[in-house]
Design a protein around this ligand. Sequence first.
Ligand SMILES: [Cu+2]
Length: 106
Amino acid sequence: MRKKIGIFFVTLILVSSAIYAAKIHTVGQKDRKFTVSELSIAVGDSVDFPNQDEFFHNVYSLSPAKIFDLGSYKKGESKKVIFDKAGVVEVKCAIHPDMKMIITVK
Ligand SMILES: [Cu+2]
């Protein structure tokens, strides 16, 4: 009986983790701005950062919930970041100081 209960819970965990599939969100860089100023995502989700401008951008963050630096890249290129920790992440561009957006990871 105890073994059956154990199997039941293991199955339950496997099924519930399969139901939640991590999502991929998109935040572009267009006209020297991020296409979204705020985004709310779940832990484990990723965000794709396509450059849609004619010039380079360098997306990065120094927020403790996710520190990253994608380096500078040109139009048509995109880089993806996986957000594995809950918290508020301020995303900026190293080339254009006015470019800012917030990702809330829950
Ligand atoms: Cu930029």
